[in-house]
Design a protein around this ligand. Structure first.
Ligand SMILES: Nc1ncnc2c1ncn2[C@@H]1O[C@H](COP(=O)(O)OP(=O)(O)O)[C@@H](O)[C@H]1O
Ligand SMILES: [Mg+2]
Length: 207
């Protein structure tokens, strides 16, 4: 059987990951593909619990190393239980955030060792790398302007923190142009989505 396609969405909060990943999943389903839309942290029952630990405002007691390891634990379980089995059945898996977020936030944002975090991702996922990763690029001011209501623990970090996260995403995308599709996500939604769709169809045709 043909292996599925593993697609991830990356970028800072409010760049459009949820909106674009949902729309892409719907479109591909409409074309007759089997699609699973999932997210990290989350995506499994354990993942939902870990998500609460990581993103709830009361999580401010989590040490940065513990935080990185909980993200990695979620990723390990999610890949083993859901992502890999689906890909082996020929299903397209679309995941809202994956390993690049660990490198960007814990590495770029918090200043932890990026090379180690990449090895941690490889260990957690048993080397499962996405076929296609969208980096939806926006600046911190755009993210803040799109924010509604309260913000969670990580969202309340400083503008300097977000600039380091953005710089790290940019470096990852520039370093791996064959995997990444970088889109200027400050453009109108229709324009962003047209580019999202085009890149996915291109990868599917190239399988
Ligand atoms: N290109 C865009 N232009 C304007 N608003 C956008 C765009 N993309 C997303 N949004 C809006 O920004 C908010 C955050 O989008 P969302 O998909 O939830 O981001 P994320 O999942 O990356 O945090 C939503 O209200 C969404 O409608
Ligand atoms: Mg989202």
């Amino acid at each position: 059987m043909e292996r599925g396609l593993f697609i991830t969405f990356e970028g800072i909060d409010n760049c459009g990951k949820s909106v674009m990943s949902r729309r892409l999943a719907e479109e591909l389903r409409g074309m007759g593909y089997d699609v699973i839309l999932t997210r990290q942290p989350g995506g499994t029952a354990l993942g939902q619990q870990l998500r609460q630990v990581l993103l709830h405002p009361d999580a401010d007691g989590l040490d940065e190393r513990a935080e990185a390891l909980v993200f990695a634990a979620d990723r390990a379980y999610h890949v083993k239980k859901l992502v890999r089995p689906a890909l082996e059945q020929g299903i397209i898996v679309i995941c809202d955030r994956y390993g690049d977020s660990l490198v960007a936030y814990q590495g770029g944002g918090r200043g932890m060792d990026k090379a180690f975090l990449r090895r941690l991702n490889a260990f957690a996922t048993d080397d499962l790398v996405p076929d296609l990763t969208y980096y939806l690029a926006i600046d911190h001011a755009t993210s803040a302007a799109r924010q509604e209501g309260g913000c969670d623990f990580i969202e309340s970090e400083s503008a300097a923190f977000f600039q380091r996260v953005i710089d790290t995403f940019e470096a990852l995308a520039a370093e791996q142009p064959q995997r990444f599709c970088r889109i200027d996500a400050t453009q109108p939604m229709e324009s962003v989505y047209a580019q999202v769709k085009a890149a996915a169809l291109e990868r599917l045709a190239a399988r």
